[in-house]
Design a protein around this ligand. Structure first.
Ligand code: FE2
Ligand code: FE2
Length: 188
């Protein structure tokens, strides 16, 4: 069944919020590392999916779309910079937990803003058909999006899509030696 783009995004947000909660509650270091690896992957993929599918659609459909899209890309960039540092650290490293908390605070501010402001307005502005066709593209991008943060890569299509495809094989190689937890996506 095709989900509309807003449902796809809300699903991702739920998964990310849930993983963040699990990270906070977990005391076992190995398990915490697996959860952190999964958070990094889920945010990297989600950001790329929005930058490729949602923000260009904001620009097409909102009169102040460019302003909203640029503001959103800027917030993504800040999160990506922190994720990039976290990605090369271990959960047991000095400063990891503090940086993770900072990144999460920025991210929660960003996803709260999307859920309470931009997404409801977007849903009112465009047709159900288009919401569904964007949802299908969003789900498709999830398969080819880079799984690690690349803060210096382009954040607009088509350059971002191409850069993502180039980065993906290396990202997948890095993932092959990492452990992850189940995101629970199939239960949503
Ligand atoms: Fe976003
Ligand atoms: Fe989002």
């Amino acid at each position: 069944m095709t989900k509309d783009i807003v449902s796809e995004i809300i699903d991702d947000h739920k998964i990310i919020r849930n993983l963040a909660q699990r990270y906070e509650n977990e005391n076992n270091t190995d398990e915490r590392q697996k959860i952190a690896n999964t958070v990094i992957r889920e945010i990297a993929v989600h950001s790329a999916c929005e930058e490729i599918n949602l923000y260009p659609a904001f620009e097409r459909h909102f009169t102040n779309g460019k302003e909203i899209a640029d503001h959103s890309r800027e917030e993504h960039l800040q999160v990506k910079k922190d994720l990039y540092k976290l990605d090369s650290m271990k959960v047991t490293d000095n400063g990891y937990h503090e940086l993770f908390g900072k990144m999460l605070k920025e991210l929660v501010h960003h996803i709260d803003e999307e859920e309470s402001d931009f997404l409801p307005k977007f849903k009112e502005t465009i047709s159900q058909n288009e919401l569904e066709s964007l949802g299908a593209s969003f789900a498709k991008t999830r398969v080819t999006a880079p799984t690690h943060p690349h803060p210096s890569a382009p954040d607009k299509p088509p350059a971002e899509s191409l850069a993502g495809m180039t980065a993906l094989p290396l990202d997948k190689t890095r993932d092959a030696v990492r452990d992850f937890v189940d995101t629970g996506r199939d239960k949503l």
